[in-house]
Design a protein around this ligand. Structure first.
Ligand code: NOJ
Length: 531
């Protein structure tokens, strides 16, 4: 089998990255909100996992209308999370453990409180007016076109003093920047350099597919049955306010900048498209766009062997030579995979984890994945996510943002026993401390799979090839001689034609077992084998 040829400077290839949601990771000062010092205090946990990069959801200054995704200053740390000095200390301490810090950049919009927007809205003639997307009212005085916000309602708000509408693809507190404006592009080049020069190893780029909008602000067409479920719910296909062909030029510009560093800085796009084929253009024909692009259709796929095999195979097939797929099952916006894929069943969660950590490319774990944290029900009166508040009884994103569960103790090992965490705790019986020394725990499985991936060239960089499998089975080969078998069904499954040794099984008692001729897997059991 031909093995992919990677640029050895791309340090993230084959590695595992980890997303921390800073408000929920670790609180060092007892105010109930996580902070940078807390992350420093827990670095040994991350180093023990064997991750290579730590992506932090936004830590820059924010009034927190959308918890960091509404930035009021791109050049400083939000005081509730720490200081620039804390960030320096984190970057240094993480580097000492072989971990690069990856920040989160929000280029599509700023906070309404950002001085750029305050200047822009101050008058129609202000030099920064064109930094945002302003348009005259429609003849009836209503919004300039029919675009709706991702968070519901019209994507336009009237600014009465200047008589024009501003665009916001998210909250009205998050005005969209105008990426047709060259000064905006240059400003963001500066922001990238500022952080790269201070030692940050890369950026995850928020709604990277959305920054450019149709320059004529054309109406979106009505959704049809062929459109994604979200488009159908919105009643329109996001044809002109998202996913525009001109966005690729912006991605190429960012890539060039990131690649001008040695080693290169990594760029991971939040390419939140709902159809897999809409993701493919972002891979770039010659690997000249963002290095990595989140695969949301994969994360949203049902936990069904045929559906997942199809997603993986099509993604692999669309990759340019030396391109790197990204696999993730959870993040701060979507239901955690132990809930969404596994419905709380620990065996299924272990099988899902095995899949995520044995696919080719770069895997991104979300805090808590390593212990199998599930979504936490948050009662209506405790909701803080604007999306949950607006769309209740859909609870929004608070259920996946509850504090990291470090210990089954008052304060959860996250904060002091007296403090009230900013979001309630989930089930603290699922926690790091209890799983730490237990060889059968999800935490041990996570550590051992990552260690195997890092030391085993087939798993680290070997090509991925689908293998025949019985119904409900997902089977693939990595590199020359490593086979992954997962039984996602409810009945035992036997796979014939297998000779080798189990390197790691989701049922750890099978580690080291010799397999001759065939192997039978229990429901929701998986195994990595050396053939
Ligand atoms: C995607 C982020 O992941 C999400 O949390 C945020 O609300 C929106 N972009 C808007 O920035």
């Amino acid at each position: 089998m031909t093995q992919p040829q990677y640029d050895p400077k791309q340090w993230w290839v084959g590695e595992v990255l980890y997303q921390a949601y800073p408000r929920s990771f670790m609180d060092s000062d007892g105010d109930g909100v996580g902070d940078l010092q807390g992350i420093i205090d827990r670095l040994d946990h991350l180093a023990g996992l064997g991750i290579r990069g730590l992506w932090l959801s936004p830590i820059t200054v924010s009034p927190n209308a959308d918890f960091g995704y509404d930035v009021a200053d791109y050049y400083d740390v939000d005081p509730s999370l720490g200081t620039l000095r804390d960030l320096d200390a984190l970057v240094t301490a993480a580097a000492a453990r072989g971990i690069g810090v990856i920040m989160d950049l929000v280029p599509n919009h700023t906070s309404i409180e950002h001085p750029w927007f305050e200047a822009s809205r101050s008058s129609r003639d202000h030099p920064k007016r064109d930094w945002y997307v302003w348009a005259d009212p429609a003849p009836d005085g209503g919004p300039p076109n029919n675009w709706v916000s991702v968070f519901g309602g019209p994507a336009w708000t009237l600014d009465e003093p200047t008589g024009q509408y501003y665009l916001h693809n998210f909250l009205d507190m998050q005005p969209d920047l105008n990426w047709w404006n060259e000064e905006v592009r240059e400003q963001f080049d500066r922001i990238f350099r500022y952080w790269f020069d201070s030692g940050v190893s890369g950026f995850r780029i928020d709604v990277a597919h959305m920054v450019i909008k149709d320059s004529d602000l054309r109406d979106n067409p009505p959704a049809t049955d062929a459109d994604s479920l979200m488009d159908q719910m919105r009643g329109q296909r996001q044809e002109f306010n998202s996913n525009r062909p001109e966005v690729h030029e912006v991605h190429r510009r960012w890539r060039e900048l990131a690649d001008s560093y040695d080693p290169p800085k990594v760029l991971i796009g939040e390419t939140f498209v709902e159809k897999l084929e809409d993701l493919f253009p972002y891979f770039g024909a010659v690997g000249d766009e963002l290095h990595l692009d989140f695969n949301i259709p994969f994360a949203h796929a049902p936990f069904d062997a045929a559906a997942l095999a199809d997603m993986i195979e099509r993604t692999e097939g669309a990759m340019p030579a030396a391109g790197t797929p990204v696999w993730t099952g959870s993040n701060h916006d979507i239901s955690r995979f132990p809930t969404r894929w596994a419905d709380g069943d620990p065996d299924r969660a272990r099988a899902a984890l095995m899949m995520l950590l044995t696919l080719r490319g770069t895997t991104v774990l979300y805090e808590g994945d390593e212990i199998g944290m599930v979504d936490t029900a948050v009662p209506r009166e405790e909701l803080v996510d604007p999306v949950g508040i607006r769309f209740f009884p859909y609870a929004g994103r608070d259920p996946v943002r509850t504090p990291m569960q470090w210990a089954n103790a008052p304060g959860g090992g996250f904060t002091t026993p007296e403090a009230r965490p900013w979001l309630r705790f989930g089930d603290l019986t699922c926690n790091v401390a209890d799983q730490d020394g237990d060889p059968d725990s999800m935490l041990s499985l996570t550590r051992d799979l990552i260690a195997l991936r890092r030391t085993h060239p087939d798993l680290r960089t070997g090509a991925w090839m689908r293998l025949d499998a019985p119904a409900d089975g997902l089977a693939y080969r990595r590199g020359d001689a490593t086979i992954v078998l997962l039984n996602l069904g409810d009945a035992p499954a036997t796979v014939a034609g297998i000779d080798g040794e189990i390197l790691i099984g989701t049922r750890r008692a099978r580690d080291g077992e010799r397999v001759t001729g065939s192997i039978t897997l229990a429901p929701a059991e998986g195994a990595v084998l050396k053939a």
